[in-house]
Design a protein around this ligand. Structure first.
Ligand SMILES: Nc1ncnc2c1ncn2[C@@H]1O[C@H](COP(=O)(O)OP(=O)(O)O)[C@@H](O)[C@H]1O
Ligand SMILES: [Mg+2]
Length: 359
């Protein structure tokens, strides 16, 4: 198909190639490869200090790379100054101009770009409607709540229609309820604008809710990239398994029997592993998600534990059980299923194919 062909020959919206940042002896970003597609919502997710902000600052040109290159629409950016890159920025702290009204703040980037006043008025009004702030157009930033200020910051970014928008923990200063509302707004703005968004957060729920793909970062490098579902279903490491969702991780040595089945040998017993485990692996761990553990003692893989706590969370019941050596495992059950009480000895089971093997 002609369209498919055309899509496949277009360069990615953003490509970074071997991009790295060092401050003296300290590495803030290891040499990194990344491609972001046009119109994609990609989230950089990771703990504090993992290099997320550094990566964004490199992309927009606020800091210089120690090595590597950045391409936007296939064009290398090292000689393109910050204000010439077709990039919008939204940060955690709104950085609105205190002496300008809401309308003037939103119109500012258009004025800077020499857009005629008559057009500015129309585009500011459209942007105000987009973030539902039409009635507050003449207020000053100090007369707005935190959520309203962050909406102004979003409108000020979307108003000049940059093709890439970088957002660094933009909802970090807001309370949970407002954050949930604003996530929906950001999703809608993304859809309506068609912009490519690179979004930074340390909050896995936020990343899961917003992203087409998640780029999981740890210790100045990319740990795993994939759709939220891919990372949840197939974490590549204990870090990834732990950071996205809740995981039960059991470690041991790996053995292959005469039928070529792989087994994990642990202090809790011997567990059949899913097919396809690399023959080179001599030790490792299985990740079993809480929803894949059942109270079925006839499962091929079983684990004895003692119920330590029950958490009723409305839509599910979480059973926290302790293994012989004190490690906790978590079981998630539908709310209508009766679960054993605190202190009960239980046998948990799981299907081999439900588990994921990690190094
Ligand atoms: N200007 C700087 N000078 C020295 N170290 C820095 C500088 N900026 C960031 N770092 C360090 O680089 C690491 C990554 O920082 P950052 O990218 O801000 O992490 P994140 O946004 O994931 O929390 C941190 O350890 C931070 O202290
Ligand atoms: Mg940061």
């Amino acid at each position: 198909m002609a369209i498919d062909h055309q899509t496949s020959v277009l360069p990615p919206k953003l490509r970074i190639d071997g991009l790295a940042k060092r401050y003296g002896n300290f590495t803030a970003l290891e040499p990194t490869q990344l491609e972001v597609h046009s119109g994609e919502f990609l989230t950089l997710l990771g703990p504090s200090g993992s290099g997320k902000t550094t990566l964004l600052q490199l992309v927009c040109g606020l800091v210089d790379a120690s090595e590597g290159s950045i391409f936007i629409d296939g064009i290398e950016q090292s000689n393109v100054p910050v204000h010439r890159r077709d990039i919008g920025l939204v940060f955690q702290h709104y950085a609105l101009f205190p002496h300008l009204t809401v309308s003037e703040n939103i119109g500012f980037p258009l004025k800077m770009r020499g857009v005629p006043d008559s057009q500015i008025k129309t585009r500011v009004n459209t942007a105000l409607e987009m973030v539902h702030l039409g009635s507050l157009a003449n207020r000053f930033p100090k007369e707005l709540s935190g959520g309203q200020q962050q909406r102004v910051a979003l409108a000020r970014c979307f108003v000049y229609q940059p093709s890439i928008i970088l957002m660094d923990e933009p909802l970090g200063a807001l309370d949970k309820k407002l954050r949930d509302q604003m996530q929906i707004e950001i999703k809608r703005l993304h859809r309506e604008s068609g912009a490519t968004i690179i979004y930074v957060t340390h909050d896995q729920e936020e990343a899961l809710a917003l992203s087409d793909r998640i780029c999981l970062m740890n210790h100045a490098r990319i740990e795993q990239i994939g759709t939220p579902r891919e990372i949840y279903m197939n974490p590549c490491s204990a870090f990834a398994a732990d950071f996205i969702g809740i995981s039960n991780i059991l470690r041991g040595s790996i053995q292959i029997d005469q039928n070529r089945n792989s087994w994990l040998v642990t202090s809790y017993g011997r567990f059949l592993l899913p097919a396809g485990v690399s023959k080179e692996m001599v030790s490792g761990a299985v990740v079993v998600r809480p929803e894949h553990l059942t109270f079925d003692a006839t499962s091929p893989n079983t684990l004895r534990a003692t119920v330590r706590d029950l958490v009723y969370a409305g839509s599910e019941t979480r059973v926290i059980a302790t293994l012989d050596d004190g490690q906790d495992v978590i079981v998630r059950q539908p709310p209508d299923i009766e679960v054993p009480g605190r202190g009960s000895s239980i046998t948990l089971g799981w299907q081999a194919e439900r588990a994921v093997v990690i190094p």
